[in-house]
Design a protein around this ligand. Sequence first.
Ligand code: NAD
Ligand code: UDP
Length: 320
Amino acid sequence: MPETPVPSTATSGPLRILITGSAGFVGSHLVERFLNEGHTVIGVDNYISGQVSNTDLFSDHPRFTFIEADVSHGIPYTGEKLDWVMHFASPASPPHYQQFPVETLMVGAQGTQNGLELAHAHGAGFFLASTSEVYGDPLVHPQPETYWGNVNPIGVRSCYDEAKRYAEAITMAYHRSRGVNTRIIRIFNTYGPRMRPDDGRVITNFVHQALRGEPLTVYGNGSQTRSFQYIDDLVEGISRLMMVEYHEPVNLGNPDEFTMLELIQVFKEILAKDLQIRFESLPLDDPKQRKPNIDTAKAWLKWDPEISLSEGIRKALVLG
Ligand code: NAD
Ligand code: UDP
């Protein structure tokens, strides 16, 4: 493996980029970034966990087209040569993927293979959105990419965790055996505008509960930790990884770690008021801790998250 970043051949000039999951939270921010950079974007989504409003943001843009399709059944793209296929389609919030476990497994398995086949046919790069969930309930802390994880293969989160582990495996297989120019990122908890209000993830819940004056729902005793990244930092990391030839997984997350009770404290300080808490039962297999080791991203991408939790939550409270 080379020690210094090697510029990628798949990034020069205006690009044609197909993004699955374009109507979702992360996908819609990628569409925006790539259109702003002058690229042509084809979004694909079946709205299982996305929002039509996220497609409507770009529907008048001359370099954006949208295909409504379930990518597990195929990606019906027949246009000009693609430079990148970016596979971001998958329910990502625990309530969503647990409501659609089979669909989640299929989009990680068949959806990923369909994306890889499309990339292979076009000689395009393939970019996989994987997740910190591949580490399961981690026994190594913080989590480096070399950690293989501690995943319950039959638990309620397994539809998501194992789908993404398979997705990573098939991506590496297409890279090794068919020469596809692949990238894999493991995204740690990311938040920002354009998440569905009923998304169910903790920052979305807290933002909407705080704005409505409702108690904040803490699952378990609130001692479990997460490390929260603002969407703009993630998008920057993704853009930088496209520009270097690095095919192994890269953690993208903000290493600042908070318990859920500390997270509430941040909301209290920003809103300068006391917030009621309602304790609810801890979901099954809820990971006790999570914090990325981002040494790989620092070394290869010269990337470090810039937006602190309190700055990001201020933005999220304003933007919804
Ligand atoms: P999201 O639910 O907002 O977006 C996912 C999008 O994929 C939705 O628009 C959904 O309708 C679409 N989709 C799902 N299955 C599909 C299918 N079969 N065909 C077509 N479209 C389909 O979730 P998100 O937070 O934007 O996550 C995007 C990606 O990033 C996912 O792959 C997720 O696993 C990954 N990720 C996100 C986070 C995070 O914190 N946001 C963390 C880890 C990984
Ligand atoms: N959580 C919580 N209250 C909520 C939603 C989530 O306390 O209203 C907790 C959840 O139990 C988990 C953490 O917040 O420990 C992060 O949950 P989320 O669903 O955002 O993402 P996860 O990292 O579990 O996929």
